[in-house]
Design a protein around this ligand. Structure first.
Ligand code: ATP
Ligand code: MG
Ligand code: FE
Length: 339
């Protein structure tokens, strides 16, 4: 089984080819970070234009890398949402054109299902499992009792973890995207500054990071007003400790309550060294297996879309040519047992 994945939901133009849902034959990612850096974030119009310019080149490179012909593909899986509508449309239209011209089945994939299925490129999934999804736009605990079943048991009520990282980074005048810079600084300093942790009501698996973000901004502003210097390493370490403390503590509680066999880390913030270390050490003595994808599969890529598409293909899910970009797509749309 050969599945092509296409991903253009944000600022990466990515196409991959995956064999039997697990083996990466090609994984091409054209990042636009350089073009968005000077604006301090992704500019939707610029993103769409870049996708248009890049997608044909990325397609040719992916086919060449995998050494396959379009006609050999069993299906084309494409991110249909969530994301920037103009960006999504470039991938969706490319996928539709390829599928139609070559008579190949088309499959719509939820971007976050893709982030979760990046883990299947690392190891086989073992149900029931829990995925901690931490990305630029999402912070969720997702319970899965079988393939294609996604139950969101907790989610952010305001900022996503990645968004908080990027905003804190901007406050410290670090380049976009700020996550990796904060992560690096955090390892060079001690968490000496007392910052809040939003546990929310008893038993809640939801998250909230806007209070923490504001607290960091206040620390910086107060220091400025008093003419004092802040130590960026200490602030980064304190912020990171607060984020990781909440993420890992809630994950541990959910692992016990749901009795899962695996925890899959997913999304761009899964690239965070501190989070990877804390999860690994905290679960070292437990029966629960922690799966952490390599960095290249944490941030946006199309191999994860092909991996998720492979399962949907086996389940018989097909999209027709009315497939459209859906910026607000809910993950439960693929949750057949809930329908
Ligand atoms: P979504 O997947 O929710 O639609 P997205 O696709 O924009 O959002 P991803 O590409 O999954 O997000 O992740 C990008 C985010 O990951 C950015 O916010 C970035 O700062 C963050 N990030 C990347 N590396 C690290 C790191 N080492 N530590 C913390 N955050 C990181
Ligand atoms: Mg991105
Ligand atoms: Fe993403």
């Amino acid at each position: 089984q050969l599945i092509m994945g296409i991903e253009t939901s944000c600022d990466e133009t990515a196409i991959a080819i995956v064999k039997n849902g697990r083996e990466i034959l090609a994984n091409v990612v054209a990042s636009q970070i350089e073009s968005h850096k000077r604006f301090g974030g992704v500019v939707p119009e610029i993103a769409s234009r870049h996708h248009v310019e890049q997608i044909t080149l990325v397609l040719e490179e992916a086919l060449a890398q995998a050494n396959v012909d379009v006609k050999d593909l069993d299906a084309i899986a494409v991110t249909e949402g969530p994301g920037l509508v103009g960006a999504l449309l470039i991938g969706v239209n490319a996928a539709k054109a390829l599928a139609f011209a070559n008579g190949i089945p088309l499959i719509g994939v939820h971007h976050i299902a893709g982030h979760i299925y990046a883990n299947r490129l690392v190891t086989e999934m073992n149900f029931p499992l829990l995925s901690l999804v931490v990305s630029g736009g999402h912070t969720e605990l997702v319970y899965m009792k079988e393939h294609g079943h996604f139950e969101v048991i907790g989610e952010t009520r305001d900022d996503a973890a990645g968004e908080a990282y990027d905003k804190v980074a901007r406050t410290l005048h670090l380049p976009y995207p700020g996550g990796p810079h904060i992560d690096r600084l955090a390892h060079e300093g001690k968490a000496t500054i007392d910052l809040p942790r939003a546990w929310l009501e008893d038993g809640s698996y939801d998250f909230s990071f806007s209070g923490l973000k504001s607290a960091v901004i206040n620390v910086v502003h107060n220091a400025q007003q008093r003419g004092e210097e802040i130590v960026p390493e200490e602030l980064a370490a304190s912020f990171q400790e607060s984020v990781i403390d909440v993420l890992v503590t809630k994950t541990q509680r959910a692992v016990k309550e749901y009795g899962v066999k695996q925890v899959l880390l997913a999304g761009g913030v899964a690239a965070n060294k501190g989070l990877r270390e804390k999860l690994s050490t905290d679960f070292a003595d437990s029966d629960v297996e922690i799966v952490i994808p390599p960095l290249s599969l944490c941030t946006d890529n199309a191999a994860m879309i092909a991996a998720a598409g492979s399962i949907l293909y086996e389940k018989g899910q097909r999209a027709d040519l009315t497939l459209n970009g859906n910026p607000g797509l809910e993950i439960t749309i693929h949750n057949e047992s809930r329908k």
